[in-house]
Structure formats: structure tokens, C-alpha cells
Design a protein around this ligand. Structure first.
Ligand code: FES
Ligand code: FES
Length: 159
């Protein structure tokens, strides 16, 4: 018989209840228990930001949090940012239009961080965006188009 605690939380608007090992990271829980594989793992040092999700509306690195710590919370992953099969979130659309990605590995984390930067920190200038995205690493783009995308996404979100 398992002695693991059972947690309930909301993920992308749906309540989920699972037994979870005390050392299970939130990113592992999302990817392996819930098959939400848009949240990526790009490092084991909490530096790359590929695992960024929203926890109660704020961007966090899900490799840095235990699943048991988020019991009762609301988590949004890249899969929940826009309705399934519906229009992209304005920030996702801006990344697409501005070519803010190449291989796409960093993109879910970039988009989740960018939405938080705009919503909670009102970042809009190039300097603010570059500073705000310091915790998200991209190995491909050189960041120029990512910054353009975040600026365009911020304008679209303001409408
Ligand atoms: Fe979380 Fe790299 S996987 S910061
Ligand atoms: Fe490849 Fe950012 S687009 S890591």
C-alpha cells in the first residue's frame, strides 16, 4: 500500500487528484502524471526556464517546486493558455508572427514568462523585456525576435 500523500489542484481549469511521492517535482508531475509535455526540462540547475508555468497566475519554474507544495493551487501550463482548438493566446500569436522561435524548445517557457511579465510587471521596453527574460535561456534565436515578439504580444494583450 502506498503511503504517498494525495493532492488535489486545478490544472488548466480542471481539478486533478493524485497520489504523489514527496520528492516528485511539479514538472515531473505535469509531464509524467498528466501528460502535459509542453512544459519542458532543459537543465537540472533551475537556470533555463523551459519548465515555466503559472502558479496562481504567476510564472514559476516548475523544476524548482515539489508537486506536494502546490496542493490546492491553480496551475496553468502552455496547453491551458488558450482554449484547445481555439485561437492562440495573443502572446503565442506574436511569437509565431515575429518568428520568435527556431527549434521551439524554449518557447513554452518563454511564452509563459512573457505573459507574466506583461500582466504583472508591465514590461514593454526592450530593456525591461531582456531583463525580465533573464531566467529563460534560448540556444537558437539570439533573443532579438523573442524581444520583438514580447513587445508585439504586449501590445495585443493591451487591446
Ligand atoms: Fe527548470 Fe531548466 S528545467 S529551469
Ligand atoms: Fe531553440 Fe529557443 S528556439 S532553444
Amino acid at each position: 500500500m502506498s503511503s504517498h500523500p494525495t493532492i488535489s489542484l486545478k490544472v488548466n481549469g480542471r481539478t486533478v487528484t493524485r497520489e504523489v511521492a514527496p520528492d516528485r517535482l511539479l514538472v515531473q508531475f505535469l509531464r509524467e502524471e498528466l501528460a502535459l509535455t509542453g512544459t519542458h526540462i532543459g537543465c537540472d540547475t533551475s537556470q533555463c526556464g523551459a519548465c515555466t508555468v503559472h502558479l496562481n497566475g504567476h510564472a514559476v519554474k516548475s523544476c524548482n517546486i515539489l508537486a506536494v507544495q502546490v496542493a490546492g493551487a491553480e496551475v496553468t501550463t502552455i496547453e491551458g493558455l488558450a482554449p484547445a482548438g481555439g485561437e492562440l493566446h495573443p502572446m503565442q500569436a506574436a511569437f509565431k508572427e515575429c518568428h520568435g522561435l527556431q527549434c521551439g524548445f524554449c518557447t513554452p517557457g518563454m511564452v509563459m514568462s512573457a505573459v507574466d511579465l506583461v500582466q504583472h510587471h508591465r514590461c514593454s521596453s526592450e530593456t525591461e523585456i531582456r531583463e525580465g527574460l533573464e531566467g529563460n535561456l534560448c540556444r537558437c534565436t539570439g533573443y532579438h525576435n523573442i524581444v520583438r515578439a514580447v513587445q508585439a504580444g504586449a501590445q495585443a494583450m493591451a487591446k
